[in-house]
Structures are given as C-alpha cells and as structure tokens.
Design a binder for this molecule. Sequence first.
Ligand code: FAD
Length: 528
Amino acid sequence: MSDRMHWSRWGDPARTTTLPANALAMLELAFGPPAPRPAVDQQAVQLPAVGLPDDVLDALRDAIGVEHVDTGVEPRLLHTGGKSTPDLLALRGGDAAAAPDAVLRPADHDEVQALVSLCSERRIAVVPYGGGTSVVGGLTASRDGLVAVVAIDLGRLDRLVDVDEVSSTAVLQAGVSGPRAEELLGEHGMTLGHFPQSFEFATVGGFAATRSSGQSSSGYGRFDTMVVGLKVATPLGTWELGVAPASAAGPDLRQLVLGSEGTLGIVTEVRLAVRTKPVTAVYETWRFPTFVGGATAMRTLTQDGINPTVLRLSDETETSLNLAKPESIGADSGGGALMVCGYEGTDDRVERMRREVGEVLQGLGGTPLGAEDGEEWAEGRFNAPYLRDALLDQGVLVETLETATFWSNLDHLYAQVKAALEGALSAQGTNPIVLCHISHVYRTGASLYFTVACRETDDPRAQWYTAKQAASDAIVAAGGTITHHHAVGRDHKPWYAEEIGPIGTDVLRAVKRSVDPAGVLNPGVLIP
Ligand SMILES: Cc1cc2nc3c(=O)[nH]c(=O)nc-3n(C[C@H](O)[C@H](O)[C@H](O)COP(=O)(O)OP(=O)(O)OC[C@H]3O[C@@H](n4cnc5c(N)ncnc54)[C@H](O)[C@@H]3O)c2cc1C
C-alpha cells in the first residue's frame, strides 16, 4: 500500500474533504438533523498481538532482509482490510482485529517466491497486498488452522521490465500503481489506458488479480483484455503464462490467474498490450430525457461499433444530485439523464469519433451540452471517493455495488436492485437515496453501478450487510452477475457459488488444492 493512504479513510490524508454548506443543508433535508460520527483517534486503536513464532520471523528476515519485515503497529494498521465502507467503519470504530501479524516488502520475483514457499511450508496465511483498495473483503484472510497472517506488500516491485514497441507490449511489475504505469509508459509515448476510480492507489497486480475495469473501458477495454502474459509465484514454484498474442493450445490458463484474487499465487509481472499515448482528449456531456432512452443510445453506439473512449450515463436521481461536483450539489441539474462521452487519440480521430457519436446521439433524442461539464468530470474524477469519508463523518452511510447483464435484461435488473436496496434500507427506518450509472458497455450488455446513501443506524455495518444481502439476492434472481469489476473477495462468495454452480465450485476447489496444498494463499477469499 502507498504510505500516502489514510489509515481509516480513502486516499491521501492531505486531501481530506469536508462537505460544503450546500451539501450539509441538502443532507439535513434528505436525512433529518445532523448526527456527526467522527472516527476514533488512531492512537486508540488496539491491534492483536503478533502471533508469528520467532523462528519464522528469523526465516522471513533471512529471505528479504530485516528492514523489510515489519511488525510495527502503524504498518500493520495501514494493511488492515481494504476500502469498502464496512472496512472503513470497522477502523473508524477502532476495530483492527483483521490486522496482519507482519508486513513483508519483497524486492523482486525471487523474493516473493521465497516468501510464498516459506509461508506454505510453515502454514502462514499470505495476503498479497497491492494498493489496498479492495472493496469486497479481498484483503482479510481467515486464520483457521494457520499459524499467523502476513501481508506481502508488492510496493517495491515498481519497475517497467521491458517494452516491445514493435508488438506494442510492455512488462510491468505487479506493484506499479496506476499513475506510475502512465509515467513509465509515457516515457515511451505509450499509455495503458486503465483509469479506474481507484487509479491513484491501485496497482497492476491488483488490476490483474481482480479483473478490474477502468473508466475508459469503452475505448481501451477492461484490464483482463489487456493482459497477454503473467509471471506468478506459487507454492509449487514459478508459473509463467502467455507466449503469443493468441493461441489454441488448450484452455487459456491466464484466465485462471486473472481474477484469482491472490488465492492461486502472487502475480509479480504482467505483460500488457499498450497503446500510443493520445495527443488529444475531449470529454463532453449530453442530456437524454430518460435513463432508458440514454441506455438505448449507448447500446446503439456499441452495436454499431462506435466506441468513444469514455461512455457513461447517470440515471435521473444521480443526474439530479450533481454528485461528481460537490460545489454543485443541490443546484438545478437540468433533469433527465446525463451522459459523459470522452474521445482520445489523434486530432483527426477525436474529431471523427466526436462527429460520428454526435450524429447517433442526436438522432436518438440526446441534447449536446458541450465540453465544459465533461472536462470538469475528467479533472475531478478521482476526487469523488473522498466524499464518502466526509459523509461518514456526518453519520451518513454511503456504499456502492455493481453488476452487469445483457441489454435485453438491463431495465429489469436495474428496477429489481434499486427496489431491493430501497426496500431493505427503508425497512430499517431510514430514507435511502439510491443512484445508478452505466459505465462499462459491450455489444451484448452493460454494467450497472449503484450508490446508496442514508442516515446511519446504531450499527451501520449490520445495516449495510442487510441491504447488501437484499441487493445481492435481487441480482442473482434477476439474472445479473454478482460483480462486474469489484471481484468476489469474501463479501460476494455465497452468490458467486450460485453463479458458477456446483461444477464450477468443484473445479475451482480442485485447482486451489493442487496449486496451494497447504491452503495459505488468501484463505477465505474467492473460493466458495
Ligand atoms: C474508491 C474506489 C474506487 C474504485 N473504483 C474501481 C473502478 O473504477 N474499477 C475497478 O475495477 N475497481 C475499482 N475499485 C476496486 C479496486 O480498486 C480494484 O479491485 C483494484 O483492482 C484493486 O487493486 P489494488 O492494487 O488496490 O489491489 P488490492 O486491493 O491490494 O488487492 C485486491 C485483491 O487482489 C489481491 N492481489 C493484489 N495484488 C496481487 C498480486 N500481485 N497477485 C495476486 N493477488 C493480488 C489481493 O490479495 C486482494 O484479494 C475501487 C475501489 C475503491 C476503494
């Protein structure tokens, strides 16, 4: 994890946000009188005692150097869980029971391999730690039957290993963060084009392990479609995959590692298909009378093979709240459903794409609003997560969840999940606001991303889990996937088991037994 990350909030402590007066007034209108709930003081948080035997600690120090094996309180606290709202609520309340016993910082693949082999022999649970931005409980390992838990922080694996300009590929080490990847590739005139909202902290290894999808997925694709090769440290030894751009040599085993969330090995290097860095980028907004109408326009574009680099559409509620711009919260949004379209590339390509998209959108009822709001969206797009902490400070529960389905089922899934969230939270005596947007589109379907806000009850974690359970049940019943890009972690496991069925579950368990016979790799995560 980046040392810049706050221990109990999202992001850089120096960028901690408070809510402007207009947002506080709107909260009072929506949820009643203020009920602030500040976090406990960091010094008040108690960590469990370090449970690693001395001889294991000595062996770990021999493997990677004394200074890279850390059992101090602060590093352990900074590696406790991820950044879901329940994770943050636990820490804000002083609960750090999930802290690892030590944080290990290997320098390269060989050191990661040595640690994985050692932990497998000594029955120590291993949590691979990238940016620490998991929102599905992917960084909280179960201790059952194991001696202790260590977090293997990949932050020192931060190099560009190789660039093949002829083939447009680059090999990046797993601990390279989003901005660092752009910086390293930028020196060669290239871009990865992967910009999830967690971009500033999340890592290449984490993107691969969770099959992440970025805000420019419409143009550049999801992260898993960019991966052409992988190097993985497993308890059985080093596993390297991907010798050609495409292959008919049996099932694609890269796909077994992608999305495996640290349960089958630690990814140390990723060979990625990269692109030429764009010369021009233009982001503009459009208004549609309804969310359904905007979604139809998105489908038309995608099925016609017209893919702007960024394509997202807020539903009527999300549009009305102007949530992406705190200074505008509560101001008149103009109504309808707001779409953001972004175009990146050469001047010519951007102009051509913009014209083509414009013709289709105008023909389907869209009104062009120009580039001002689009540019503001692009500039502020990594600031929104800071708002969640500011809302939690005010006793307002905020969390997100996401799913995807085929176009023909999208309206149904949207209605069912929204109703489930509203129903579950209203039944607890709160008055929830449920927002949604589409941010990832395919020829055959799209994702739905929900944000929920309501007044916290006395036990906000239990409050959220009840709502999450209702929404997850609704997702499965309505034929959606339990996750489009956040991954499975611990939080989605029951519904994931339903999604892949008993045969899928058996296959996964068999692979896990074979690669990780001691069961030390991220136990309790992903595998049903
Ligand atoms: C505010 C916010 C916004 C987000 N926005 C997006 C978004 O737009 N799109 C999106 O896809 N996701 C998003 N996420 C989720 C999260 O950022 C992604 O899942 C991301 O890919 C995780 O990367 P990371 O480096 O932080 O991994 P971590 O959180 O450190 O780890 C995630 C999982 O992968 C495992 N892992 C990490 N590194 C490795 C490795 N090298 N080898 C094997 N296993 C490993 C971990 O053990 C864990 O199970 C968001 C999260 C937050 C908090």
